[in-house]
Design a binder for this molecule. Structure first.
Ligand code: GLC
Length: 745
């Protein structure tokens, strides 16, 4: 070989060797920000515009030319939504996307157990990873401001501290799979009525003390990689590109580096979306004439209108580059992270997780005469009554609707567990919602029943009379104006004449258990006529097994209410002070807008109950067990401390019953003297402790300065004032077992 050829081939070899060097943006070993800057520097203007808006119902394009992958999103917070047609909500009828339906997030909150949140996040994250999704559109953590909100079942209750703690571990669990969460709906999307036009009018203190803390925890402690902006407005601007929420608070004060994704159809014009901190636009209706006209994606507000605006000099590329950086960061953290695990679907672990989380979330509200667990010495014949004993609940309710691989109904679960030992009869009792389809997913149940209300009631009463124990399964379902997105409830009352039926059953048989399946609180006019009441949430695939575990006593209930069970709307600040659904007006474009003043301010839930000395049916944090617990005296490590000092409160808790159980010990803080009006007490700690019969454990809480602080709107800062405080330790917000004072000098 001639020298020159040799030199040439060496040179080429060298050249190909350097060409083969992986570009920085594709090199997992390089720091994230270097990868982002390198990718950004290689993209054209058109490519930058392309990746900040959808290309299909649930996906955004990457940069094919550079090998930057597409971003695929999926609902929802309780399971991975079935694949949909490219540009439709309808399911695509694939045959490989039937999923695990986990318990609703209210059920998760009701476990008061961050370990369950971590297990939940890990499990659902593995399902989303297995389906090759980059972004899971959850968790939803809007505050339970009114029992009428149609989506309370998707959220984590009325208290920002509880919701925040549970969200943090859910976020970490999901993202450990290289799947991003999309914390929603930021912020103030606390009702479904007029959800696109509600304009909550909220003062800063209320915003920072009640409606932001859970989101801040998810963003900073959880490390959420994306957030979803809400449909509603805030101070006259849509949440999804609200400069106060997105620029000043989320990206400014909190320094959050993730991507803001709009809710689907939440973007209504270009300039605000450009300047208001929105990073990705999904689900827009573009031509304003027909919803979802196909392939209108180039007409998206952040598509050609934005591109043209830049070309005409209306916008610089600064905002665009920031959006692109955040989308690239999201991509490199998910689909372009080679070190991700591989996920799994419908694994034994996920099935067990569904049942264990549900079992820890079911709340035993009342159990007079220890009617539960079912006692084989006293019971032979069990009458199961009610539509919710046989109705599948994983289909319907809006974007959280799923194509579950299976769903065990309460009746089926009871038969599985108790069918051999007991005689189980069933009566429908009432007919509620007989639909069984959502976005093309069918339950394949035929719940039609043409008997009259009277016949149904008579049959149920007869069946009840003839039994030793009656288990009534009622409550709500996922039909409009029940627990469903895009609708609020119009009343707290149970639908379909259930109250009358429950009264009749109580007369027919005193051994009556009401198992209320719902995601939000309902009125219980019969609460004093029924000896045992169980709050059962939407529990997913394993519903029937989970409820059989609890009712049979295999599992000792340990759930606690994540919200106040009001007797009526008279006990709810949002309604008592007349700020719901607000008053109709116009936004700055002249479009309909509903001003909704949050007149109740920070007095939401138990904060309102305490302030007005009200007595709800069941208080926030309430939940019974099949055993009993005794709390010893709470003590504090020092009676006096300096500003900024930490105080440690300890309390011994003993299981004084005959069976093992877990008790969630709650810590509330009361500021005995403050320059501003403050709630009587606020939740600042909780700890779920497992105790064998006779066992005592000492639970300790560390109280730091933030736990003593309130938000001073004038200073725009959290402040704690010196003076006397009290730590209240309890089994619920209304069952304080021990108090101890301490002073901050
Ligand atoms: C819906 C919901 C949101 C959901 C999104 C996609 O309207 O508000 O929670 O993730 O659109 O389905």
């Amino acid at each position: 070989m001639r020298i020159s050829n040799l030199l040439l081939s060496v040179a080429l070899l060298g050249a190909t060797a350097t060409q083969a060097a992986v570009p920085v943006y594709l090199d997992d070993s390089k720091p994230l920000e270097e990868r982002v800057e390198d990718a950004l520097s290689r993209m054209t203007l058109r490519e930058k515009i392309n990746i900040i808006h959808a290309q299909s119902k649930f996906s955004a394009p990457g940069v094919p030319r550079l090998g930057i992958s597409e971003l695929w999103c999926t609902d929802g917070p309780m399971g991975v939504r079935p694949e949909v047609l490219w540009d439709e909500w309808e399911q695509a009828s694939w045959t490989n996307d039937s999923c695990m339906a986990f318990p609703s997030l209210t059920a998760l909150a009701a476990t008061w157990n961050p370990e369950m949140a971590k297990l939940y996040g890990k499990s659902i994250g593995e399902e989303a990873r297995y389906r090759n999704k980059a972004v899971l559109l959850g968790p939803g953590i809007n505050i339970y401001r009114t029992p009428l909100n149609g989506r309370n079942f998707e959220y984590m209750g009325e208290d920002p501290f509880l919701a925040g703690k549970m969200a943090v571990d859910y976020v970490k669990g999901v993202q450990a799979n290289g799947v991003a969460v999309c914390v929603k709906h930021f912020a103030l999307n606390n009702n479904e009525i007029n959800r696109h036009t509600s304009n909550p009018i909220v003062d800063d203190r209320t915003l920072y003390e009640i409606y932001l803390p859970a989101f801040k925890a998810a963003a900073l402690e959880g490390g959420a990689w994306s957030f979803m902006g809400g449909y509603n407005l805030f101070r006259g601007e849509h949440a999804s590109y609200n400069p106060i929420l997105m620029n000043d608070i989320l990206k400014g004060e909190w320094g959050w580096d993730g991507a803001v994704i709009s809710d689907w159809g939440a973007v209504h014009e270009t300039e605000s979306a450009v300047k208001g901190g929105l990073d990705m636009e999904f689900g827009s209706w573009t031509n304003g004439l027909t919803n979802g006209v196909s392939n209108a994606y180039d007409n998206y507000w952040l598509a050609n209108p934005y591109l043209n605006g830049i070309k005409e000099g209306k916008y610089s590329e600064d905002e665009l580059n920031d959006k692109v950086r955040r989308v690239l960061r999201l991509t490199f953290r998910t689909t372009m992270n080679r070190n991700r695990p591989y996920g799994a679907m419908l694994s034994d672990e996920h099935i067990a997780a569904c049942r264990n989380i549900g079992g820890e979330g079911v709340v035993l509200l009342k159990n007079q005469g220890d009617l539960l667990p079912i006692n084989p010495a006293k019971v032979k014949k069990i009458a199961v009554i009610g539509e919710n004993a046989i109705k599948m609940m994983t289909v319907g309710g809006g974007s959280s609707s799923l194509k579950a691989a299976y769903e065990i109904t309460p009746l089926q679960g009871l038969k599985n567990r108790l069918g051999k030992e007991y005689e189980i009869s069933y009566a429908r009792g009432y007919v509620g919602d007989t639909t069984g389809e959502y976005n093309g997913v069918r339950t394949n149940q035929d719940l039609r029943d043409f008997r009259s209300k009277e016949e149904l009631l008579a049959d149920a009463v007869k069946t009840a009379k003839d039994a030793d124990l009656v288990l009534f399964f009622g409550g709500l379902n996922k039909a409009p104006h029940n627990d469903a997105e895009d609708f609020d409830r119009t009343t707290m009352d149970l639908p379909y004449g259930q109250n009358e039926l429950i009264d009749a059953l109580a007369k027919a048989n005193k051994n009556l258990v009401v198992v209320n399946i719902s995601g939000t609180g309902v009125a219980m006019p019969w609460v004093n006529k029924v000896p045992a009441i169980v709050q059962a949430w939407y529990l997913g695939n394993e519903t029937g097994n989970t409820l059989a575990d609890i009712l049979s006593g295999d599992v000792n209930p340990s759930g606690k209410l994540p919200y106040t069970y009001y007797t009526s709307l008279d006990q709810v600040g949002a309604h008592k002070l007349g700020a719901y659904p607000g008053t109709k007006t116009k936004d700055r474009f002249g479009n309909e807008m509903w001003d909704m003043p949050y007149n109740e301010g920070i007095y939401v839930g138990y904060r309102y109950i305490d302030k007005n000395k009200l007595k709800p049916n069941f208080p926030f944090g309430h939940g019974l067990s099949y055993t009993t617990y005794k709390y010893g005296k709470a003590t504090v490590d020092k009676a006096v401390g300096a500003k900024g000092d930490k105080f440690t409160v300890s309390v011994p808790v003993t299981n004084t019953g005959k069976r093992a159980g877990s008790e969630t010990v709650q810590l509330y803080i009361s500021d005995l003297k403050s320059s501003v009006d403050r709630p009587v007490k606020e939740l600042k700690g909780f700890s779920k402790v497992a105790l064998q019969p006779g066992e005592t454990k000492t639970v300790t809480f560390e109280i730091d300065e933030p736990a003593l602080s309130f938000f001073d709107a004038d200073k725009h800062a959290w402040v704690s004032e010196p003076g006397d405080f009290e730590a209240l330790v309890g089994a619920s917000s209304a069952d304080i077992r021990s108090k101890v004072k301490f002073t901050v000098k």
